[in-house]
Design a protein around this ligand. Structure first.
Ligand SMILES: [Zn+2]
Length: 298
């Protein structure tokens, strides 16, 4: 992804992991991969979808925002060293994420805020790192911002899971290794789902993928971008917006949110910054026959 500029806000991508993820009809259980490739393969393949084995190409990255006042990390990916036996590519992973961050000229100490669009394990992982056998906040000077509805849902779910001895199964146990240590360090801030970080950056509820998912707006003068998280999980959902992912908490609500946002920003100058699309990762939504596509000329 090229550096995106929204007024004097700068957004860059910091990659944790990327490559082939899974079959399209695993990620989108109601999809017909052959139909999608026939309909939209001209722009989806090979970058977002492998036409031969019908597997989705995925990126797990953070969006690094720099304003005049703050340095902000949106969605902290998978993390290293995590116990993830139910997803082997993530299990005890060692990756270049912090080197990729430093390559952008940013040290972990420089991050002022860490935000997540929702609290799945691939969006909170780098909240913490393993130091001397303990999970500690990776970004020592950051406030970790969580949307209240999302936070309270997962807090309750994880309490329940812990009572039942299945805390390692729920979201791969990410609450315990990637959220709880941040709370115990007193570095979290629970905010409303329309929280404004400043005049140029604010949250908007985008529920469905999870109960309290949010998107993040960045706007200065006529420049506008939205960071959409997993509301758009894969580019194939622009070809068929009705398709929700298997990881959606409420597939019907997820579809409604996705359709609303696509309709609202289609053919506008709003840049869509995605959480899992491989580079170019950012683009504008344009019409493509009866469906939509990402304008990649950005
Ligand atoms: Zn995700």
């Amino acid at each position: 992804m090229k550096t995106q500029t929204i007024g004097n806000i700068r957004v860059d991508r910091v990659v944790d992991m990327e490559g082939k993820f899974a079959a399209l009809d695993f990620l989108l259980p109601e999809s017909n991969p052959a139909e999608i490739i026939a309909q939209a393969g001209d722009w989806l393949c090979p970058n977002f979808l492998d036409a031969d084995d019908q597997h989705v190409m995925m990126s797990f990255h953070s969006l690094l925002i720099r304003t005049d006042r703050h340095t902000i990390l949106v969605d902290s990916c998978i993390g290293d060293d995590k116990e993830r036996p139910n997803r082997l590519p993530w299990h005890h992973k060692k990756g270049p994420f912090l080197d990729n961050l430093r390559a952008q000229g940013v040290q972990p100490e420089d991050i002022d805020y860490v935000m997540c669009t929702h609290m799945h394990g691939d969006h909170v992982g780098w909240n913490t790192q393993l130091v001397d056998g303990r999970w500690v906040p990776t970004f020592p000077n950051a406030k970790y911002v969580f949307a209240r509805k999302e936070f309270e849902f997962w807090e309750k779910e994880n309490y329940q899971a812990q009572q039942e001895g299945r805390e390692a199964e729920l979201n791969h146990g990410c609450w315990f290794d990637s959220v709880l240590p941040v709370i115990e360090a007193g570095k979290h801030q629970v905010v409303d789902s329309d929280f404004a970080l400043d005049d140029s950056l604010w949250l908007e509820p985008a529920e469905g993928h999870t109960p309290g998912a949010v998107i993040l707006h960045a706007k200065q003068a006529d420049d506008h971008a939205i960071m959409v998280g997993d509301m758009l999980h894969t580019a194939a959902q622009l070809a068929q917006p009705s398709l929700s992912s298997r990881f959606c908490w409420d597939p019907v609500m997820s579809r409604e949110t996705r359709t609303r946002v696509i309709d609202q920003y289609c053919e506008t100058n709003t840049t869509i910054l995605t959480a899992h699309f491989p580079s170019p990762t950012a683009g504008r939504i344009i019409r493509n026959g009866d469906a939509f596509k990402l304008d990649l000329e950005i």
